[in-house]
Design a protein around this ligand. Structure first.
Ligand SMILES: Cc1cc2nc3c(=O)[nH]c(=O)nc-3n(C[C@H](O)[C@H](O)[C@H](O)COP(=O)(O)OP(=O)(O)OC[C@H]3O[C@@H](n4cnc5c(N)ncnc54)[C@H](O)[C@@H]3O)c2cc1C
Length: 579
């Protein structure tokens, strides 16, 4: 056992050099604070090497080819399949062949000190760093220690799992061969994106999702549309397939999965995308009277709630606000300002939407899924808005039918856009878009939701012709023209009304947060088999727009046809449909 070296002091110690830790280090340095960054693996974190970057580097060629095939004239130029060696080479270049020199150089460039090794708390404001070589270092922080250690894959407990050598997000983003048959367990963001990627690379993909379907934290139509597009593309999507057994004797040959209903799936590889767990197990949390292994609950400044003096911060995946790089980096910008203010003895202003509060974590978290079709969403779903006690109106538009820019973008454009309007304040609570190209549209919705733009002012935000963004005009028109009919039908089900932050905090969110967690944990279930779904009442107003209380499937309703045979209708929400 090596002897501790002499203690070194810094203003701020950051444990974990993923995108969030690096952003915090940058902000603290910009405020003139001295910073140590402790990293045990690669500077840049999971995001840079086994998650966001490699997955998007793999998905882009697959979607580029699919997009070309949707455009007559370009389609004819696509004469072969996606090239796996080309895709892997592109990905390898984006992850710098898993070499972190560039990002380590960033740390040096901002004037922070990079300390390689495993960091653990060692009592208040102290961190020990153990490395494979060299003595254990003891660091002390004058102002703050920030835990930015991220999350790891959360596998289900199945006997024979380790012998079966399942893939996690790591193998799914760093292997160099395409399996003939790939089974993916989990219907959240990672499962859905990896299904698009590996199917596009030529694998025969079986996607096994729990009964709440694909992307269960989003508006139900998103997962429904993906399931249907995947089935059309030849991906074997099985909803309600719960894996209860796994076997790969001797770790060689095919892997066999057994479902709870006895069905079997054989594959050459299996990816478990079944959720994430916080990397807080071996972090010395017990030395500051915190429970190891759990998510770290933080206040609006990202200070850990259970610690009296605000010196310990938890940012990014570990605080479970939203398991997304951009949201964690937002937290790092806010917490960086908080730490700088406290270090300088300036007051901290944690008022909502102020410089020292992560208010957007509760009201305006944007997400994009680079599946085919793509999905973008921000803010509350209709169901979440209702459960937060809002009086809402839901407006849906089919861009393929109503927006020339969509048709120009892709022949036969298939998509859907929804906005959830807070009728009490005339503002948008949430927006969801599905379809080609929506990943670049969702920021407009994020601005609208986070800035709480009055819906009347949105008429003056003119989208360019002919872009997909003109979907905004159709949403506004549908909202305006469907007003009377919809107003008659508004039903506000105050089912256990909750504050938005309670709903969002409980629902987590993020690329992989969905898997393995129950979206309707409070017992509020949405499904066709509910008695209240029987009273579906389509109506037509005098402008020919149809409105109905979304409930069970109704023949002839465009919305329900989009989701036929499944449970897309959210209870008691008014949906306005363009006939
Ligand atoms: C397949 C996949 C795709 C995703 N795609 C997207 C996407 O497109 N967009 C998006 O916004 N989000 C995406 N995410 C989520 C995103 O990856 C995470 O939200 C993000 O990585 C969180 O950043 P972080 O800095 O908190 O953690 P990480 O990126 O995990 O970094 C944490 C770092 O801390 C280090 N560390 C841990 N413990 C210690 C310790 N004790 N001592 C020293 N160092 C330690 C780790 O080695 C790691 O480098 C994706 C996730 C997955 C799994």
């Amino acid at each position: 056992m090596s002897q501790p070296a002499a203690e070194k002091s810094y203003d701020v110690i950051v444990i974990g050099a993923g995108p969030i830790g690096l952003t915090l280090a940058d902000r603290a340095r910009a405020a003139g604070l001295s910073v140590a960054v402790v990293e045990r693996e690669l500077v840049g974190g999971v995001c840079s090497y086994w998650a966001c970057i490699p997955s998007k580097a793999m998905l882009r060629p697959v979607i580029a080819v699919a997009d070309a095939r949707r455009v007559n004239g370009a389609r004819q130029a696509v004469t072969g399949p996606v090239s796996p060696p080309g895709v892997f080479a592109r990905r390898d270049s984006w992850v710098s062949d898993w070499n972190d020199e560039g990002q380590a150089g960033f740390v040096k460039g901002i004037g922070a000190e990079l300390i390689r090794g495993h960091g653990r708390l060692d009592g208040p404001r102290r961190v020990s760093v153990r490395s494979a070589s060299g003595p254990t270092l003891i660091l002390s922080a004058r102002h703050a220690v920030a835990i930015c250690t991220g999350s790891g894959p959360d596998f289900p407990e199945l006997s024979g799992l380790s012998e079966a050598r399942p893939w996690s997000n790591r193998e799914a983003t760093d292997v160099h061969t395409v399996p003939g048959r790939l089974a993916i367990v989990g219907g959240g963001g990672v499962g859905v994106e990896m299904a698009t990627a590996w199917h596009g690379l030529g694998a025969s993909v079986t996607l096994l999702a729990p009964s709440d379907g694909l992307l269960p934290r989003l508006e139900p139509f998103a997962g429904e549309m993906i399931a249907r597009a995947y089935a059309d593309a030849g991906i074997d999507v099985r909803i309600g397939a719960m894996v209860s057994g796994i076997r790969r004797p001797g770790g060689a040959g095919p892997v066999t999965l057994t479902m709870e209903d006895g069905a079997r799936v054989e594959a050459d590889e299996v990816l478990f995308a079944t959720g994430r767990k916080p990397l807080t197990e071996d972090l010395g949390l017990e030395t500051v009277d915190l429970e190891p292994g759990g998510w770290l609950e933080v206040d609006d400044t990202c200070a850990v709630r259970a610690v009296d003096e605000p010196w310990l911060y938890a940012l990014g995946d570990v605080n479970r606000h939203a398991l997304l790089t951009h949201q964690g980096k937002y937290q790092a910008r806010v917490a960086g300002a908080v730490i700088a203010a406290r270090a300088a003895g300036r007051p901290v202003d944690p008022a909502p939407w102020g410089p020292h509060a992560v208010t957007a974590d509760y009201h305006a978290v944007p997400q994009v899924f680079f599946s085919d079709p793509q999905v973008g969403a921000v803010g509350l779903t209709a169901d979440q808005a209702e459960r937060s006690g809002h009086r809402i109106r839901v407006v849906d538009v089919d861009p393929g039918a109503k927006v020339p820019g969509a048709g120009l973008y892709a022949d036969g454009y298939t998509g859907r856009a929804r906005m959830v309007v807070d009728e009490g304040h005339g503002r948008l609570l949430g927006v969801t878009m599905v379809g080609p190209g929506v990943e670049e549209l969702i920021h407009s919705a994020t601005v609208v939701v986070s800035a709480q733009v009055p819906i009347e002012r949105l008429w003056h935000a003119v989208p360019c012709f002919p872009t997909i963004s003109e979907v905004w005009l159709r949403l506004l028109e549908a909202y305006r023209d469907g007003g009377d009919a919809a107003a008659r039908l508004v039903v506000t089900a105050q089912v256990g009304a909750e504050e938005p932050d309670q709903v969002l905090a409980r629902q987590g969110g993020g690329a992989d947060a969905a898997e393995g967690e129950d979206q309707h944990a409070d017992g509020v279930q949405v499904g066709l088999d509910q008695p209240e779904h029987a009273d579906h009442q389509p109506e037509q107003d005098d402008q020919g727009h149809r409105a109905h209380v979304s409930a069970a499937h109704v023949p002839g309703c465009r919305f329900c046809e989009n989701v036929a045979g499944s449970h897309a209708c959210t209870r008691s929400v008014v949906a306005v449909h363009i006939a």
